[in-house]
Design a protein. Structure first.
Length: 377
């Protein structure tokens, strides 16, 4: 095991390991390190930690010191001069009529070398261009050809998702991406929809590929026959993320029906179907209270229980009250409502003389005398 610190020289660039002995920087601290290109200034990404010796490239370079304000100012001056260097190099490329596209320029920290990055369809003879640039800048000139993915990483931009492209934001290395990944994820094979700013397949196709591969091993392939609770059918479509399959079944009336099943509801022909778990019946109160915490649930159950007790006791109290008041005030007698055509009270008693004799003439109180009539003497 070796103690190392991770240093990065560009935004979203690759992380290199250096020996932190004697410095011990914290994440985010600018440091001066010794590299193959000479002395460079980088940013600490990971503090001192131990890693296996197999992951390191010997010999391990060391961190010289923490960057001072003067070092930071010198790095900013070099970055400010890069724009002018790009304009001069672009004019020189046009003058030499070279088939190449200039992407970026970079000064080393000590100012002894100027590096130009370009893209081209093939090999380019730029020896005359290097001599011309050396006579202008009076320093060592290096032209480095890069790929289209590295070009997109340097220039940046927005992806089809509306966010900054991954390679320019956080990816420090490019992973191989194939068209098979798009097929496994059931994506459209239209190049304009699955390609990034660089014109190659989008790096984000790699993110979920392991999950798709693990689920596809459990799902049946399209066109295979499987056993379902409704009989044997043919798989027509699979939903990988939802782990469901659509099966075409042959009905007894010589028609076909397509139904969707979960993965745990189907099996290969000849195997026993798994038992289907019936959903447990829940009380309405429990289902309603499942949205609340434990304490509010107990309080609500108690309140509802008291309400039910009061509702059960209320009719008994009403009957007792009726019996108590029965001697003081006779209960009103109700007559059944006749079925059929509506009729007035006079018509009803005319059609039912026995009720008229017992009820209205016998039990019903007599109408009071008119106030204006004289009293009998």
């Amino acid at each position: 095991m070796a103690t190392v610190a991770g240093i990065r020289f560009k935004k979203a660039g690759k992380v290199y390991y250096f020996d932190p002995t004697g410095v011990w920087p914290n994440p985010g601290d600018p440091v001066i390190v010794e590299t193959v290109r000479g002395v460079e200034m980088g940013e600490t990404v990971t503090g001192a930690r131990e890693v296996k010796d197999e992951t390191l490239i010997a010999p391990l370079k060391r961190i010289i010191r923490l960057a001072t304000p003067e070092d930071v100012r010198r790095a900013d001056e070099c970055a400010a001069k890069e724009h002018d260097a790009i304009e001069i190099c672009s004019r020189k490329i046009a003058a030499h009529k070279l088939d190449m596209k200039l992407v970026d320029a970079e000064y080393t920290f000590d100012g002894s070398k100027l590096i130009f990055y370009f893209t081209a369809n093939g090999r380019v003879d730029f020896r005359d261009l290097v001599k011309d640039l050396a006579s202008v800048f009076k320093m060592r000139i290096e032209l480095r050809q890069i790929g289209v993915r590295d070009e997109a990483k340097m220039l940046g931009g927005l992806g089809s998702c509306g966010r900054p492209i991954c390679c320019g934001a956080f990816l420090n290395d490019f992973q191989p991406v194939s068209i098979r990944m798009a097929k496994d994820q059931s994506l459209s094979l239209n190049p304009t929809k699955i390609s990034g700013q660089c014109g190659r397949l989008m790096c984000c196709l790699k993110y979920e590929q392991e999950t798709y591969e693990s689920i596809l091993k459990k799902l049946p392939r399209v066109g295979r026959e499987i056993m379902t609770p409704d009989g044997i059918g043919t798989v027509t479509e699979i939903a990988v993320i939802r782990e469901k399959v659509k099966v075409r079944l042959h009905e007894p009336d010589d028609t076909y029906d397509v139904r969707e099943y979960r993965l745990d509801e189907v099996c290969k022909p000849g195997e026993t179907l798994p038992e289907r778990e019936e959903p447990e019946e829940k009380d309405e109160d429990e289902e309603f209270l499942s949205f609340f915490d434990e304490e509010p649930r107990q309080e609500t159950v108690r309140v509802r229980a008291e309400h039910r007790e009061r509702s059960a006791e209320k009719p008994k109290e009403t009957e007792a009250a009726k019996g108590k008041d029965a001697g003081e005030q006779p209960a009103k007698r109700r007559y059944p409502r006749p079925k059929g055509k509506k009729q007035t009270a006079e018509q009803y008693f005319a059609n039912n003389p026995e009720i008229d004799a017992e009820g209205r003439n016998g039990d019903a109180p007599k109408a009071p005398a008119d106030e204006g009539a004289p009293a009998e003497g």
